[in-house]
Design a protein around this ligand. Structure first.
Ligand code: HEC
Length: 111
């Protein structure tokens, strides 16, 4: 290949790259809908749930649990995440997380 041909190829590649970049720049980033975030709460378990419960899946999973679910149901759920799926949840954090879940998604929600 002579030098002139090489330069032409480089210029063409640069021009193409610039075009591709311009097209890419018009893309928008879609953030997940608010519905899949954990519901905000002043309860201490809220931050713990954020740290422990949404690493593997979105908060959508909590949303689709029955609102009639009582405390033992949520206890079993959190334990299952830890034992079956190896979620690294500290035992000390579990009561606060369960408390947050049952009062936010379960049968202890404020009426
Ligand atoms: C290590 C990964 C991991 C972490 C961390 C985790 N989960 Fe899960 N969770 C899973 C997997 C995997 C499933 C899917 C099970 C299935 O599809 O059957 C699941 C499913 C669920 C479901 C759906 C209902 C069900 O029985 O499948 C709920 C509710 C849930 N998780 C709540 C939680 C809560 C609350 C926490 C925090 C205490 C948590 N998860 C942390 C892995 C995790």
């Amino acid at each position: 290949m002579n030098i002139k041909a090489f330069k032409t190829i480089v210029l063409a590649a640069t021009a193409f790259g610039t075009t591709a970049y311009a097209v890419g720049a018009t893309k928008t980033i879609e953030l997940p809908a608010d519905g899949v975030q954990l519901k905000a709460s002043p309860l201490p378990g809220y931050a713990k749930a954020q740290a422990n419960c949404v690493a593997c899946h979105s908060a959508e999973y909590m949303k689709y649990q029955p609102p009639t679910a009582a405390r033992p149901y949520w206890e079993a759920m959190v334990k299952r995440m830890k034992v079956v799926f190896k979620a690294p949840i500290a035992d000390d954090d579990m009561p606060a997380i369960v408390d947050y879940l049952v009062k936010t998604y379960g049968n202890e929600q404020p009426k």
